[in-house]
Design a protein around this ligand. Structure first.
Ligand SMILES: Cc1cc2nc3c(=O)[nH]c(=O)nc-3n(C[C@H](O)[C@H](O)[C@H](O)COP(=O)(O)OP(=O)(O)OC[C@H]3O[C@@H](n4cnc5c(N)ncnc54)[C@H](O)[C@@H]3O)c2cc1C
Length: 378
């Protein structure tokens, strides 16, 4: 694809840059709840300026941006040091899934409050015995009149503690092959039958949770894409997850690398040829990641939605980010390992990168089978 921006794209970028300069996000306050509230406030300001979901159609609060403009948006957000919108799972996953599969009533009801961050969303896919093999999930939903009664457990549910809604996949038919018995629901988290318990991570933070459902109720009107069609709908969510973040993540990687370069210079470490070589390697990886992310746009243009190529950027990014944060510890020494410090947080948080949003092993399978067309592993 052509990587030079045309006049319209440059105008979009300049308008956005000016807006971000006028409305800086500022520094996050200490504390997880306060920091989330800060991101929520920032999203509200983005929404007021028409910037919260640029790739969405205007009728739902978006800007009708092209794919390239959307890529520019995430790059510029990262470049400005601004955070991802608080409702990132709503904007990148739930919204596009509802647009692709939802009824008109669902689109009218759910989309706008996602953009304004009035209703936060989480993703209830993983279970204790169903992560990579999502289709093995056991959460049970049984129809009762015009609603479904749902019981079971989800785990690693990011942002559940702040969420009003959950994209929930549950088993509705136990007598058919496992992929065919799933249904995709929109679960109202604000009911007594839904319990959210935080899970403390290696960083000390608790971004994700266990979620227990004990006869939770979901109206039939909150089924997305029809009963028994949950696997296909969930795939739409997963494809959007891997593709959407690529531009933001690659620019953050570049920024961290630049920061580390300055810190290494201050430590007079750049004369060491081994360190210089590792900087060169990471520079190359950051550049390849950027170009691959843009290349992924071509697939979206071709098929109308993100393709399996998004798995490649997610895999490359997690590997590069883990290398970069480990390299920071090697270059800066004990300073980078102090509890509560910037680099120690990045180092510990990066461990999860090769698990969240699909493990590296699973992404490699996808790339092998669906991008390269190699024989199936199973
Ligand atoms: C920070 C973070 C946030 C998360 N947020 C959410 C969220 O909001 N919502 C949600 O639903 N989930 C979330 N997850 C869960 C995440 O999607 C799962 O952890 C992931 O899909 C892996 O599943 P698992 O943990 O059950 O591991 P398993 O699937 O049990 O995998 C265990 C190991 O086996 C390997 N493996 C499994 N299958 C294969 C295969 N076919 N070929 C080769 N190797 C294989 C894996 O790569 C891994 O190394 C989050 C995870 C993290 C780390």
């Amino acid at each position: 694809m052509d990587l030079t921006f045309d006049a319209k794209e440059l105008a979009f970028r300049d308008e956005l840059r000016a807006w971000l300069a006028e409305h800086p996000a500022g520094e996050p306050p200490p504390g997880e709840d306060a920091s989330f509230q800060w991101r929520r406030d920032f999203q509200r300001r983005l929404a007021a300026g028409g910037w919260a979901a640029v790739h969405w159609p205007r009728e739902y609060g978006g800007r009708g941006a092209t794919l390239t403009q959307s890529a520019i948006f995430f790059e510029e957000l990262g470049r400005a040091g601004a955070p991802l919108p608080a409702n990132v799972l709503g904007v990148l996953l739930a919204g596009p899934t509802i647009m692709a599969w939802g009824t008109e009533e669902q689109k009218d009801r759910y989309l706008t409050p996602i953009v304004t961050a009035d209703e936060i969303w989480c993703q209830g896919f993983s279970e204790p015995d169903a992560g990579s093999d999502l289709a093995a999930l056991k959460m049970r939903a049984v129809r009762s009149g015009d609603e479904w009664i749902v019981t079971g457990q989800k785990v690693w549910t990011s942002l559940a503690q702040y969420s009003k809604w959950c994209m929930l996949v549950a088993r509705t038919d136990f007598d058919v092959p496992k992929h065919k018995g799933l249904t995709y629901f929109l679960l109202d988290m604000e009911q007594d039958a839904v319990q959210v318990r935080p899970l403390r991570q290696i960083t000390g933070g608790a971004e994700f949770n266990e979620v227990f459902l004990d006869q939770a109720r979901i109206p039939d009107a909150n089924v997305v894409g029809g009963a028994g069609n949950g696997w296909k709908v969930a795939l739409t969510t997963l494809m959007n997850e891997r593709a959407g973040l690529a531009f933001f993540l690659q620019i953050r990687l570049r920024q961290m690398l630049d920061e580390l370069l300055i810190a290494a210079a201050e430590h007079r470490a750049l004369d060491d040829p081994i360190i210089a070589e590792r900087f060169g390697e990471l520079h190359m990886k950051a550049e390849v990641l950027r170009l691959t992310a843009y290349r992924g746009l071509t697939a979206v243009q071709k098929y109308g939605q993100p393709g399996p190529e998004g798995s490649l950027t997610k895999w490359m990014w997690s590997e590069a980010n883990q290398q970069l944060t480990q390299f920071a510890a090697d270059v800066l020494g004990p300073e980078a390992l102090q509890a509560g410090g910037r680099w120690s947080y990045e180092l510990l948080r990066a461990r999860g990168n090769s698990i969240e949003g699909g493990t590296t092993e699973v992404l490699k399978n996808i790339v092998a089978e669906r991008v390269l067309g190699l024989p199936k592993s199973r």
